[in-house]
Design a protein around this ligand. Structure first.
Ligand SMILES: [Zn+2]
Length: 191
């Protein structure tokens, strides 16, 4: 999937998780940092791709990207598995604990969960593509759903003209049909 689809899917997944299990209270800072962490989680697995937007935007990113690609075992390998989720999750938690003293009003666990939701949304979305995802590394089998012939090819018309608009339509429907919930959440739970 492209970065744009992953961004949208990550925030969509976060919205669903918040709706299913809304946090009791959170500060505005926590909410904003959580959305940022969610977006980072949503595209992070693709750092194993030298052409990833992150590397493209850095001055020597192309070379760093190639090194990371080798380190990660190639595209759709460690970073696209549950082992990768555990590694990224541990590193993110360590980083958030380190940063907590300079952002004391931030609930780092909510931020961390938003990051994990982003990561998992990436893996689920890539499982819908023909290539699949090696969820259970070191088992190298790539899993995907549904049947391979019904899966999407990254960057092709079905993704950009059908799949992406479908997620967008879902988001619009979700916001309209859960308008009162969103309003109450913002008014009553964000402090
Ligand atoms: Zn990916």
């Amino acid at each position: 999937m492209t970065g744009r689809t992953h961004d949208l899917a990550a925030v969509t997944a976060l919205g669903i998780v918040v709706w299913v299990d809304p946090p009791q209270t959170l500060t505005l800072g926590t909410a904003l940092i959580a959305i940022l962490a969610n977006q980072i989680g949503g595209i992070l697995p693709d750092i194993d791709q030298p052409t990833a937007p992150l590397w493209k935007n850095l001055p020597v990113g192309k070379y760093i990207g190639k090194s990371v690609d080798t380190l990660m075992g190639g595209h759709r390998f460690i970073s696209h598995s549950l082992v990768g989720v555990a590694i990224f999750g541990s590193l993110a938690l360590a980083l958030l604990n380190f940063l907590h003293p300079i952002m004391p009003h931030t609930n780092i666990y909510l931020v961390w969960w938003a990051f994990i939701v982003g990561l998992l949304s990436h893996l689920i979305l890539d499982s819908l593509t023909k290539e699949g995802v090696p969820w259970l590394l070191p088992l190298k089998t790539k899993f995907g759903f549904p049947n391979k012939s019904f899966r999407i090819t990254t960057g092709k018309a079905v993704e950009t003209l059908v799949f992406f608009p479908l997620i967008l339509l879902f988001d619009i429907w979700f916001c309209i049909s859960h308008y009162q919930f969103i309003l109450n959440f913002i008014h009553q739970r964000i402090t």
